[in-house]
Write a protein that binds this ligand. Sequence first.
Ligand SMILES: [Zn+2]
Ligand SMILES: [Zn+2]
Length: 390
Amino acid sequence: MRALCWTDTGQIAVRQVPDPELRNGHDAIVRVRQSATCGGDLPLLAGRAPYLADGDVLGHEFLGEVVTVGPQVRRHRVGDRVVVSSTVACGSCWQCRSGAPWCCDNGNPAPEASELAYGHPVPGAFGRPTATGGFAGGHAEYVRVPYADVGAYRIPDQVSDDRALFAADAAPAGWLAAELGGVRTGSVVAVWGAGAVGQLTARAAGMLGADRVIVIDPRDDRLRMARRHTDAETIDPRHADVPAELRERTGGRGPDVCVEAVGPAWDGRPRSLADRFTDAAERPPAVRESVHVCRKGGTVVVLGEYAGYVDTFPLGAVGAKGLRVRGVRQHGARHVPTLLERMARDELRTEHLATHRLPLEEGARGYALFRDRRDGCVRAVFSPDLPPAG
Ligand SMILES: [Zn+2]
Ligand SMILES: [Zn+2]
């Protein structure tokens, strides 16, 4: 089959790779119809993820059609249209049973690296290096989906592919950020970053009853989109002092919930080999700003993916202001089914986020557009069914 593979620092290409096969009774094979780029993929492309290897298939946000099921799969049949959670969880360990599939103990068959880095193994994820399980990703014609009864969700007939795609990753991440932020009726929520995850966080905050949602981003196209699709107010940091503006708009108190949906700044330059394997610290400007401006006793939610250590983190303010700091990825199994229901009821629309549609063969161009936010790109969506241009 054809698949979009990481080949070297900053380089990806479509290659012929073997078709995936069932390895376990709980597996299903899905024929991919669409897959999306995600900010979490950019550090991989930049060669900042140790253990990434030549030929690894990228992509963790995808949907398609079930073409083969293992003998123990109960919830799916051949022909089902499914969206697949970006994280791999077993559904039966202590963490999964207590409603925290992102913290699954079994989803990652290669836990050593993350155990060393974080103290505990992180779960498996599609389209990531072996440190997160080494599961081949969705930028391909076919994908093996482990624990298919847990990770794959049948898409309601009323929900289009274009809408359901973001239930794989961006929508549940935004939902969890709003939920862990403690957003409730009357909350004032500030969201840094108007990419797909930032916009879906803003939308989730509105749906959970927030009184005001304020989105901060330096790009006009994204701010327009956020205003149009999320009822959020916006601040453009190129023309405003963001903390001063947020204090002004909250009567001096500061937002109740501050969500950082920006991620580590990535300048697009490949790092040195030494940087990749040492604790080269990241500096999270949006996290620092949110800690600084968040109201006393408020909550800061960090959605960006910081691989290792961060420097100049204002820990003093966390104690002095009594802040709660929450880290988030996404608990697919807990939120995807209800998000699909909300999509079916037309309460949650996401299709506008797919600004660019390309054949797999144009993966490198799609990722470049997405990385540089060129041409209004919020997400590039690849389809293996689209014929290569030319
Ligand atoms: Zn993602
Ligand atoms: Zn589990």
